[in-house]
Design a protein around this ligand. Structure first.
Ligand code: BGC
Length: 797
């Protein structure tokens, strides 16, 4: 039964088809006097409403907006109310700027610390990611703005992001890579969701009826519209057929024509198109288009950004209570980041910050005795002895060094994965030089994702601010001087070195297929089960106080315990509930996060905390019956300060079922990932995995990416490839990623037709491929013919 039957009946087939793709880069198609267009903008940590030329890579200017901490930062607060509050501010700014849909939050699972977009995502854990995403969605939508959480699903690497196929077993898909979305959808009720660029087990996410209909719609009750990622629409008809509503950006008239033809030749039932149009209109018709221009309280939003940054700071080390710093100590401020902050990542999420603070600008407002500033290093990793010497000279005059360090902009960007988790070499060298000067060092880290911290022994204190947004500088100073007690805890594991990361050598997968061989053992689920030492465990973070846990009570409905602040400063503790099952024939991590709460306590104060069990607490996904089940038996119920720091533990007997028909996988059961073979993975996957068909020179097709042109038959194509590579290298040397080129080199050929406003048709792309595949003149003739045909077609309709 169509909800918008009356409107739909009055639309022509063409009009209906036109609604399924965009009008331009940011707007959906309107139908004058009948259906309005809706305006979409990024993104996850502040609005990016473009004013001039539109692009989806954060290249061109956007209107000033509050730049909040990125998702990876906020996740360290584990604070659902705070994330909600940030969401409401973003929703308000959207409303004031006439933006109807905010393209965020991003909640993909951080499968590997090198994923270039980890700074935009919440966690390696689906429960934490899902809960925070749900809060963000509720916040954004509180005033009627629409949230579009992304990228659904299994989108955990940037290389080949539009043309890689995530090969993941069904249990892992359900328990890890879609549980985050399940929580976000059920508890956040977003009115939109963005499908991922990639394929999942052979189907484009934007054409996958299992993801888009069976899970999203049927199981989770999603009542919004699915929008493709920008240029992520592969086969438009298949997208609409399988549950996608809106291909973005515009496909020009070709999108409409394709669907009209598909209906006319029976490939797409008109009833299915009507259903998609109906689902889409149900959202569009409910949008409140009244403008709220000029009502943004910028100061209030800046304060929220500051609070968010402050609550997200993680203290990783505090030897001999070097922190907080008192005014008696002479402080040398060293590091380029103190002057030019590193506060957000690169790509579509870039915000034109309304009110950006720098440490040097605001440090005077804090009770610190600063003896000077030295830049210490250049961005981009190049060594500079003069800067080091200046820093050493300054250090001599101080009692303590406050060293602002971390990852340069070039190292964290949409469109490219990181090549290492190390900090830039020149910064590492500076730490060594300063350490030799024998002055205590407090490192203030800025990085949106995991960094290798083998230098930690050289320093006495580490405060990790991640990417703190526009007010990150003052937020950090509040903690440094002790006005605010740090309470953030890591949303991801910091391994001792990258070598410890499961299947790290295979990341990012270079070919079409990405084998998710580690299965459930993502992040702490692996390190904990394999008992592998880590630098900083998941959920870890220090405080200026200490907290005691006591009086654990476990019932069938949840746990209770008393938390006491036994330190001398008021502060918050993030209490984590982990559940595990020691004896089981199934593959099981030892601990899985199933709840958390942040509790604020005055010195000496005690509070009873309560965490209720929910439908996720004991379930596992049974592949055989394709349903959630609960295994009978005894479970370990743990309250913890981090995954490695269990404070209270008890047992609970649960009645469920005995697992039947499961595959026995000893290497997986023991988390011996280094011994896992492709055959083991195939057992887990339940079938043979697809294999790369081509290596060396081969014929390229619509789904081949531009970067594959080095294997093209036509030497000219190989030459063009070399030019692109050279330009990319040049931009790397300059320290700024060339996002356009990165996008192009990772883009499949068919996307040329999807991102050129109808100027290029798919038939033209096919002729280009003929050229690339070694038949230059034949292809060129075909391309010319198709060009004129496309032009005629565009004019005709
Ligand atoms: C990104 C999305 C973003 C979109 C629009 C894409 O390249 O993957 O996250 O929302 O562009 O800017």
């Amino acid at each position: 039964m169509l909800k918008n039957k009356k409107i739909i009946e009055k639309l022509t087939l063409e009009q209906k088809a036109s609604l399924m793709s965009g009008k331009n880069t940011w707007e959906s198609q309107d139908i004058p006097e009948k259906i309005p267009a809706i305006f979409m903008s990024d993104g996850p940590h502040g609005l990016r409403k473009q004013v001039g030329e539109a692009d989806h890579l954060g290249l061109n200017a956007s209107l000033p907006a509050t730049c909040f901490p990125t998702a990876a930062t906020l996740a360290n607060s584990w604070d659902e109310d705070l994330v909600y509050q940030v969401g409401t501010c973003i929703g308000e700014e959207a409303k004031a700027l006439d933006v109807n849909v905010v393209l965020g939050p991003g909640l993909n699972i951080k499968r590997n610390p090198k994923c270039g977009r980890n700074f935009e995502y919440y966690s390696e854990d689906p429960y934490l990611a899902g809960k925070l995403a749900a809060s963000s969605i509720r916040g954004i939508q509180a005033n009627g703005t629409i949230a579009s959480p992304k990228h659904f699903a299994v989108n955990s690497q940037e290389y080949r992001r539009m043309a890689s196929d995530s090969i993941v077993d069904e249990r892992t898909l359900r328990e890890i890579y879609t549980t985050n979305f399940e929580i976000a959808v059920k508890e956040g009720q977003p009115k939109s969701i963005m499908s991922a660029y990639n394929l999942v087990n052979g189907n484009y996410a934007n054409e996958d009826s299992y993801l888009l209909r069976d899970l999203l719609k049927e199981e989770w009750g999603f009542e919004g519209f699915v929008v493709s990622d920008w240029g992520g629409d592969n086969d438009h008809t298949a997208g609409v057929k399988n549950g996608s509503h809106l291909a973005m950006p515009t496909l020009g008239k070709n999108g409409t024509l394709e669907l009209v033809n598909a209906v006319e030749n029976g490939e797409l039932e008109e009833a299915v198109l009507d259903q998609r149009v109906d689902e889409f209109l149900s959202v569009v018709q409910a949008v409140d288009f009244s403008s709220a221009n000029g009502t943004i309280d910028w100061q209030k939003h800046h304060e929220v950004a500051k609070k968010a940054a402050m609550e997200s700071i993680v203290m990783l080390k505090n030897e001999a209570n070097i922190l907080p710093l008192t005014s008696e100590k002479k402080v040398a401020v060293i590091g380029d980041f103190a002057q030019t902050p590193r506060y957000q990542g690169a790509g579509s999420s870039v915000v034109n910050a309304k009110n950006l603070e720098t440490t040097l600008d605001v440090i005077g407002e804090y009770p610190l005795t600063v003896v000077g500033f030295a830049k210490g290093y250049e961005r981009g990793g190049k060594s500079n002895d003069q800067l080091v010497n200046e820093a050493l000279e300054l250090a001599k005059k101080s009692d303590v060094i406050l060293l602002y360090a971390g990852l340069d902009e070039i190292l964290e960007s949409e469109g490219m994965d990181r090549t290492t988790i190390d900090m830039p070499k020149n910064q590492l060298a500076l730490i060594q030089e300063l350490a030799a000067a024998k002055k205590p060092i407090v490192v203030v880290l800025s990085a949106g994702s995991v960094v290798e911290c083998s230098w930690e022994k050289e320093v006495q204190g580490i405060l990790h601010g991640y990417l703190g947004g526009e007010a990150g500088a003052s937020a950090m100073l509040e903690v440094i001087c002790g006005h605010h007690n740090p309470s953030g805890k890591l949303n991801e594991t910091y391994p001792i070195s990258y070598q410890d990361v499961p299947f790290g050598k295979e990341f990012p997968a270079k070919g079409r297929y990405v084998y998710y061989k580690e299965g459930l053992y993502v992040g702490y689920r692996y390190y904990d089960k394999a008992q592998k030492a880590v630098r900083y465990p998941f959920g870890y973070g220090l405080s200026y106080s200490s907290f005691q846990y006591s009086e654990l009570i476990i019932t069938n409905s949840g746990v209770k315990a008393v938390i006491t602040n036994v330190g001398e400063q008021a502060g918050s503790e993030i209490v984590q509930l982990y559940i595990g099952k020691s004896s089981s024939p199934l593959v099981r991590p030892t601990k899985e996060l199933k709840g958390f709460v942040k509790v604020f306590l005055q010195p000496g104060e005690s509070k009873m905390i309560e965490l209720a069990f929910d439908d996720k607490s004991f379930r596992y996904y049974d592949v055989e019956s394709r349903s959630w089940k609960t295994e009978s038996g005894e479970y370990n119920i743990m309250l913890a300060s981090s995954v490695k720091d269990i404070r209270l533990e008890g047992k609970l007997l649960i009645t469920g079922t005995e697992p039947e028909d499961y595959v026995v996988l000893p290497n997986y059961q023991a988390a011996k990932l280094e011994e896992i073979t492709l055959a083991d993975f195939e057992k887990l996957y339940g079938q043979k995995v697809p294999q790369e068909e081509t290596s060396g020179q081969h014929l390229l097709n619509r789904t081949s990416i531009i970067d594959e042109m080095n294997q093209a038959k036509n030497p000219l194509a190989r030459f063009v490839h070399r030019i692109i590579r050279a330009l990319l290298k040049r931009s790397e040397r300059k320290g700024k990623p060339d996002l356009n080129l990165l996008f192009i080199s990772n883009m499949p050929f068919r996307a040329i037709a999807k991102m050129t406003n109808g100027m290029v048709s798919l038939a033209m792309v096919d002729e280009m491929l003929v050229m690339v595949n070694g038949h230059f003149f034949k292809g060129f003739a075909g391309l010319t013919k198709q060009f004129f045909q496309n032009r005629k077609l565009q004019k005709a309709k």
